[in-house]
Design a protein around this ligand. Structure first.
Ligand code: COA
Length: 269
């Protein structure tokens, strides 16, 4: 217990530049007070002294403004900065080296019993006022921006911001497919796509699908034009009057025509 307390105090020095000495941390940090009381309340809860555990956590809430249900599982070096208004539900699970700021809720969205609060893996940071609601996982080292409202799983190493939260994954290696899409998007002057390629967002995912579809349809149209110009030599002229061909399309049609002529001269010979 003492070893754990030492680690918890070290975590304050590591994550709060304003912390000056151990006495100050022990006497003026509500996050530390709430954590000490929670560790005792959780012991009581697991030893089936549920009434005493609830009483202690209610006192802790009164004294610190931080409400942690005694059933919540909390790992090592947990730090709640400022603290006021933090709520941690009964079935929440928190890994090691997690940081919460004031006003954070780790809450549920159902009145049913069973797992209904989130699991925060090691190294997660949750900004002031963020709400994480539901029995899903926030992956290792993920960050949740202040005031974000998160209602679905957050992948590891990801930043979730906004309401509803959108995910930002930095330094994601771009694969060939992604590069092809970006080049195509830029070639048709589709700037917003290129500007937001690092973000995972349902609208952007939809745009990716549309871009692939447009590219496929263009290929099909080019092939059809090729075939039609072979069947009907006036086709190219008619099309020019209605909707001019692009340089690329004209090149394809010319190539197809040359191939066709070569083939027909071979068969004549
Ligand atoms: C999210 C956070 C952790 C920053 O993470 P990051 O990975 O460094 O993200 P960036 O600063 O590069 O921002 C990435 C994008 O998210 C946006 N963003 C950052 N924080 C945001 C927030 N809280 N709400 C909405 N959007 C936010 C940025 O504007 C940027 O948008 P853009 O790509 O359109 O320009 C930080 O902004 C945050 O909210 N920290 C909590 C701090 C806190 O609560 N402190 C309380 C001290 S008392």
């Amino acid at each position: 217990m003492l070893k754990q307390l030492k680690e918890d105090i070290q975590a304050v020095f590591a994550r709060d530049p304003a912390a000056r000495n151990t006495l100050e941390v022990l006497t003026t940090y509500p996050g530390i007070h709430a954590l000490i009381m929670h560790r005792v309340a959780h012991e009581l809860w697991t030893k089936d002294c549920k009434g005493s555990a609830r009483l202690l956590s209610s006192f802790s809430r009164f004294a610190t403004g931080i409400e942690i249900h005694p059933g919540a599982k909390i790992g090592r070096r947990f730090f709640i900065d400022h603290g006021m208004g933090v709520v941690i539900g009964e079935t929440a699970e928190i890994g090691d080296d997690v940081t919460l700021y004031h006003g954070v809720t780790l809450g549920g969205t159902t009145w049913n019993k069973g797992k209904r609060h989130p699991t925060l893996e090691d190294g997660v940071v949750v900004g002031a006022g963020a709400k994480i609601l539901g029995p899903f996982t926030v992956g290792k080292n993920a960050k949740v921006g202040s005031n974000a409202v998160v209602t679905k799983e957050v992948p590891p190493e990801t930043t979730a911001v906004g309401n509803p939260a959108r995910f930002i994954t930095k330094n994601k290696p771009k694969d060939d497919e992604e590069n092809r899409r970006r080049d195509y998007a830029e070639s048709i002057g589709f700037q917003p796509y290129a500007a937001t390629q690092d973000q995972s967002d349902p609208i952007l995912d939809g745009m990716r699908v549309l871009l692939d579809r447009i590219q496929l349809n263009e290929k099909r149209m080019n092939t059809l034009c090729q075939r039609l110009s072979l069947l009907d030599p006036t086709f190219k002229k008619q099309q020019l009057n209605e909707q001019p061909f692009s340089d690329e399309e004209l090149k394809i049609i010319e190539e197809a025509k040359r191939e066709c002529e070569a083939q027909s001269s071979q068969s004549k010979a």
